[in-house]
Design a protein around this ligand. Sequence first.
Ligand SMILES: O=C(O)C1=C[C@@H](OP(=O)(O)O)[C@@H](O)[C@H](O)C1
Ligand SMILES: C=C(OP(=O)(O)O)C(=O)O
Length: 438
Amino acid sequence: MENVKPKSSRQLHGRLKLGLHGKLAVPGDKSISHRGIMFGAISEGTTVLHHFLLAADCLSTLKAFQNLGVPITRDGQTVTVQGVGLHGLKKPNQALDMGNSGTTTRLIMGLLAGQSFQTKLIGDASLSKRPMKRVSEPLAEMGANIEVTDGHLPATITGSKLHAVDYHLKVASAQVKSALILAALQADGDSVLVEKQPTRNHTEKMLRAFGADIRTDPDDVTITVRPEPHLQGIDLNVPGDMSSAAFFMTAASMVPNSRIKLLNVGMNDTRTGLYEILKRMGGKVTVSNEQNAGEPTADLTIESADLKPITIGADEIPAVIDELPLVALLAAKANGVSRITGAGELRVKETDRIAAIVEEFQKLGIAIEELEDGFVIDGRKPWHVVDPHLDSHGDHRIGMVMAVAALLVDQPLTLAAADSINISYPEFFDDLDALIQR
Ligand SMILES: O=C(O)C1=C[C@@H](OP(=O)(O)O)[C@@H](O)[C@H](O)C1
Ligand SMILES: C=C(OP(=O)(O)O)C(=O)O
């Protein structure tokens, strides 16, 4: 058929003269929502998750645990998990479908490695290309029996008795760390895990709240896990996702005449890289209403600003890993040359995010150079549309960053595979619309 657009192609909002205005509570944190289900499932008693993220990735986790025999119910954004304990999961009747979610896959591998049954994990085309040996190999050192297919999904996990380890992580990855922690909960002694760099610490913090004995040394990279904790269900308010707030922090900073307030945003310092970078670039962000109930949260007021270029290296990457496409966009309007390196992990996300950003930014005439582990961007060069047909590459974060970029462009632009936003932020376009002054 001719002239048929891909199903989810979407016209994007063009240049905004009057800016973005208003207040917005972004959806719940994705990392914390996943973990709330998992840790609630292996606890005794009831866990209630308020402001749970109703997005495809977290629903993959929810369904997987239902298939593992855990009673889970949902009422709006409130999810109730009836825990079955660390040894109460049941062999599922079918392969567990991880959908598009790397977090679900890697964490569940660590948990199922120590159970008493066999499970098969499958995933969508994107997830089936992502590396899994980074989890299966260190787990094998603990005695796990995980067969991956050429390093990828499908994977078969045959539950085994696990040994304690003293292990130095080879990649700076919270997913790998979390898989090892979940395996270590089932091991035959205390395990010591040493990170390459500090990464998001939600697993450690949350498991402690459920009653686990997990110590992090003052160096922030050495974690000691005691096995067989008595985990007890909790009531948890999931904070707003900094990784979702980041799209509007970027948009309001770049679109002239903007002033927005984002409510109840998670401010865990292993996640606030974009906030720190934006401030260093000259962004105008004011923090108010700071709270700390387990995870720190705050309201953020963001106004348009003239931006300066920035240099970012490997040390800063973990705290901004999912927001790096947005850092690239900020750099594309900064008054100089920005350099982002040490970000090779971007090549193994939902898509190769370095290649995807370079390809999509070049459609807008942005001066971006691809590096093996990052980008160089000259924000002084005016943009000019070379190709108005943008593409999310099936990657939620690429789709949303291009929708923000479009707010700075006069010409009509379309986004192919726009429905990929459902992975982490199904209401993204509605929330953006609500901040647009007509
Ligand atoms: O642990 C988590 O919840 C996550 C960790 C990060 O992945 P890596 O640990 O693989 O870097 C991040 O990119 C992902 O969106 C969520
Ligand atoms: C990389 C991401 O998630 P995951 O690894 O869980 O698929 C992301 O949300 O950007």
